[in-house]
Design a protein around this ligand. Structure first.
Ligand code: ATP
Ligand code: MG
Length: 882
């Protein structure tokens, strides 16, 4: 069975059990403060378990792209070394939301594994939660009984709280789970040792493939467990491990999921998989990491220097480095795998195929820049090694290892490897200490903490956002939470219905007020947390106010409407501009980032060259034309996603859409977009649109910033007033530009004339000085006040005199633009024979003009602030020889 068939069989099986099949959520988690990347199938359904929403069906199944490289689940360091943990993997899952429970879930999983996939029954082991006295959770008798009837007692393993009890977080839904493990060893090995003993023992061929979680309790803040009114099932099966089992392989990498990539990369570097330990590890790392990188970029996250962008950059660098060290790659290679991968996943995850060129280009640029880093790091490391050896040491200092890693992105294990090749080791303790110190520093920068939510309305079900139509509501307070963050102490407030738009899709959150009784609380921002809309205030009176008003509190919620209207202008303009960009630049333009607030709009999009001035002008023209047409907004709230797509609505990669979407149209032949943001009722409201900048943000990504309405007008007025002032200054010439350029030409011609004139003048001064030589012993002394136009001219004069006169001792002082300037030039032989030093002499002279300077023994200069001391300075200069 091919991996494609295996995936399809899973979905078909659960479809036949009345499950709704849904698409994978994007890899990059949005609106979830606890998660950077989706790391399990249930992540996109979290709200349903928390009671913040209702699922579209009580039974759902899917395959979810997961990434386990940060936070609670981080498998990165194992990847490549073992054969069954990936950075990105697919998690096949089925869910029951208050519907079926253990009996169905467990017997279906058995049916699927043994009857559909035909896995050998005598190689399967299952685990059941043994209970935990301290925690007061009982042994999972129910699961035990179900499994006993299916597989018999001897195939059941009891598991402890760590392995077999699942909790969403400190508080919230939790429950026992039951894992399914499979033994894939050879017959001979099985004969020697029972698979049962190897379960949960990190054996590469006795692995967990499926976990069935049964949510039946809720963990309260005081640690106690309360049974949930409705019980849920949440399962996750590792797709790649399943393929290994079904295809009878002993490693995930031997399946058709990875073999194409491994073959392709092997060909490129001339290595055959399975012949050498380290090149195998490298091939596995690369085959694994390229998937994570490609799909994260396709889901809209570009490599960068912070947060999710940094995680992905590090994964890419890890792969490039393994290629560099063990496969001999010196040129970028990762990007060339993308077409192959895009084809392989075109059916399940079409987002990669759709952006294939873009993703490859981003990766290529990252590779190029990291390969340069590697070269630089190697040079620096060579130096460090030489230094270490010259100090008779055999250990590279921890600080140096840290600096290489932190500043140059140079991986620690590579440093260790190269050190070893040079007969040295690295100070790991010192490195760890330096790393720890840095972590402490960044932790201090980002301390946040939160108290428990205070619930005010127990019956609350789902937040209702009414802000498309209403700007002021009477609402009930549902709950609030006190948090500490960079802004200091803030309260997060949840209302049952709210006109406040929560920051998302690039549009800023609304600000406004909340009036409780007669007291007005300022709402400073509005954010999304999963499906909650959270209003933020720093008003210290809030908590007191709540205490005074009892448990049922109603409040008037009102948004700052003028700010919202300005934001609407910018958001609608973003839509018009995106459509215009596609017309002018081509269909490859896709949104890569967006910011919309009341000041401006910023739009990042895929495009490989600078947008020219003509193109910018065209885009502006189109948008302003559409504004003048005063096109009415067509807002449709519940369009089936399929219909929206066939109507050509622009959707964003990496955005999660439900079955029904909101479609925003300004002229159905021009701009149709899926969008949750707020907009103008008709384009005329925007008034005017003006692009203010165009730049590059990353490889293949350009950024345009623009302003609209009041701001655009203000900008144009400001520019006009500059032009008017110029006109006045130039006495209203017929052609202003011509007038300014002829001024510039004239100025340049004059400057040239002056230069010639000054040179002539300088020669005259020189001739005059040659008549003023005084002999003191064998020394030819010139000491004069001169008239020169610049410090450079003074210097030139001194050098020319030196070239002309032997045994010269020359002191020149001048007033240049109202300031004293001094120079001393001494013939080289005098410096040597008489111990004269121009640098010292000039410092003495400079005192007379309240200044300072310096130079070399034969020539020095100084400036000052007091011209009245010029003659004294000159006398001082002379005194050294006279
Ligand atoms: P393991 O102990 O093997 O790391 P886990 O307990 O972390 O697994 P779960 O969180 O229960 O796994 O995830 C459900 C399933 O997802 C697992 O049974 C396994 O098949 C798969 N899985 C988990 N982590 C990975 C990974 N890093 N790569 C591939 N598959 C994975
Ligand atoms: Mg794990």
């Amino acid at each position: 069975m091919t991996s494609k068939e295996i995936r399809q069989q899973f979905l078909d099986f659960f479809k036949s059990k009345e499950h709704l099949i849904v698409p994978s959520a994007p890899l990059v988690a949005k609106n979830d403060p606890t998660l950077m990347f989706n790391n399990s199938g249930m992540a996109q359904f979290k709200d349903f378990f928390l009671g913040n929403g209702t699922p579209p069906s009580k039974r759902i199944a899917d395959t979810q792209k997961c990434l386990r490289v940060s936070g609670k689940h981080n498998d990165l360091e194992d990847v490549g070394f073992d054969t069954y943990h990936h950075t990105m993997f697919e998690m096949l899952g089925n869910w029951s939301f208050g519907d079926y429970f253990k009996k169905e879930a467990l017997s279906w999983s058995w049916e699927l594994l043994t009857e559909v996939y035909k896995l050998p029954k005598d190689r399967i082991y299952v685990s059941v939660f043994q209970g935990d006295d301290k925690d007061g959770v009982p042994f999972d008798q129910e699961a035990w009984d179900i499994w006993k009837a299916i597989v018999g007692e001897e195939r059941i393993i009891l598991g402890n709280k760590k392995d077999n009890f699942w909790e969403m977080g400190e508080t919230g839904p939790c429950g026992p789970c039951s894992e399914i493990h499979i033994d894939l060893r050879d017959e001979a090995e099985v004969a020697l040792k029972s698979g049962k003993e190897l379960v949960n023992n990190d054996h590469p061929q006795v692995v967990e493939i499926w976990n069935n979680v049964f949510m039946q309790f809720e963990r309260m803040a005081d640690g106690s467990l309360v049974p949930l009114p409705s019980r849920h099932v949440d399962t996750g099966m590792g797709f790649e491990r399943l393929c290994m089992a079904v295809q009878g392989k002993q490693s995930n990498y031997d399946t058709d999921v990875f073999q194409h990539t491994i073959g392709f990369v092997g060909n490129k570097c001339g290595k055959v998989y399975g012949q050498d330990k380290w090149s195998d590890i490298a091939l596995r790392v690369i085959a694994d990491h390229i998937r994570a990188i490609a799909f994260v970029i396709a889901d809209g996250q570009l490599p960068s220097n912070n947060k999710a962008g940094y995680v992905i950059r590090r994964i890419l660098r890890r792969a490039v480095r393994y290629g560099y060290t063990y496969l001999g790659f010196r040129e970028p290679f990762m990007h060339s795998i993308i077409p192959l991968l895009a084809d392989q996943f075109a059916e399940v995850f079409p987002e990669l195929k759709a952006q294939q060129d873009f993703v490859a280009k981003v990766i290529l640029e990252e590779e190029n820049s990291f390969l340069r880093t590697l070269e630089n790091g190697l040079t620096l490391l060579d130096k460090i090694i030489a230094e270490t050896k010259s100090q008779q040491s055999t250990v590279i200092k921890g600080d140096a290892v840290f600096e290489l890693n932190d500043t140059f992105g140079f991986p620690v294990d590579l440093t260790a490897l190269i050190a070893r090749e040079n007969g040295l080791s690295i100070d790991e303790e010192g490195y760890k200490a330096a790393l720890q110190a840095q972590k402490e520093r960044s932790r201090k920068d980002a301390t946040t903490s939160a108290e428990d939510w205070v619930i005010l309305d127990e019956d609350f079900e789902k937040v209702e956002f009414v802000g498309y139509d209403e700007f002021e509501t009477t609402s009930q307070l549902v709950k609030f939470q006190k948090v500490q963050n960079k802004q200091g102490t803030q309260y997060k407030i949840v209302l049952d219905r709210t006109p406040f738009y929560a920051e998302s899709g690039g549009q800023v959150g609304d600000t406004g007020t909340l009036t409780i009784g007669n007291t007005v609380i300022k709402i400073e921002d509005t954010k999304k947390e999963n499906d909650l809309i959270v209003h933020l205030t720093s008003d210290k009176n809030f908590e007191k106010l709540v205490a005074e008003n009892g448990s049922q509190i109603s409040a008037k919620a009102r948004i700052d409407l003028s700010r919202r209207n300005l934001t609407n202008n910018n958001h609608s303009s973003t839509h018009l501009m995106q459509a215009a960009l596609k017309q002018v630049l081509g269909a490859h333009v896709n949104q890569k980032g967006s910011l919309v607030n009341n000041e401006l709009l910023r739009f990042d999009f895929s495009h490989f060259q600078k947008v020219t001035d003509e193109e910018i002008a065209k885009v502006e023209d189109i948008v302003n034309q559409k504004i003048r047409e005063n096109i009415s907004l067509l807002e449709e709230r519940n369009v089936p996603i399929a219909e929206a797509t066939t109507r050509g609505a622009m959707a964003l990669f990496g955005e999660k859409y439900g079955d029904f979407v909101r479609v925003i149209t300004f002229d159905k032949n021009f701009s149709v977009e899926l969008c949750g943001g707020t907009h103008v009722p008709s384009t005329g409201h925007i008034g005017l649109f003006k692009i203010i900048s165009e730049s590059s943000v990353a490889t293949g990504v350009r950024r345009i910033e623009a302003v609209t309405s009041e701001k655009a007008l203000a900008l144009i007025n400001e520019q006009l007033s500059i032009v008017n002032s110029l006109n006045d200054l130039l006495k209203s010439p017929k052609d202003l530009v011509k007038a300014v350029s002829s001024l510039i030409e004239e100025k340049n011609a004059l400057a040239k004339k002056i230069e010639v004139f000054e040179q002539e003048k300088l020669q005259e001064v020189k001739e005059r000085l040659l008549t003023k030589i005084v002999s003191v012993g064998t020394v030819n002394v010139i000491a004069e006040i001169v008239e020169v136009p610049s410090a450079d001219a003074l210097k030139q004069l001194a050098y020319e005199l030196k070239a002309k006169i032997g045994d010269l001792y020359c002191v020149l002082v001048a007033e240049i633009a109202g300031k004293p300037q001094l120079a001393v030039m001494i013939a080289d032989n005098l410096v040597a024979e008489k111990g004269l030093n121009a640098g010292q002499i000039i410092r003495e002279m400079a005192k007379e003009v309240k200044g300072g300077g310096g130079g070399q023994p034969f020539f020095a200069t100084a400036g000052g602030s007091d011209v009245s001391g010029l003659s004294k300075a000159l006398e001082k200069g002379k005194s050294f020889v006279a």
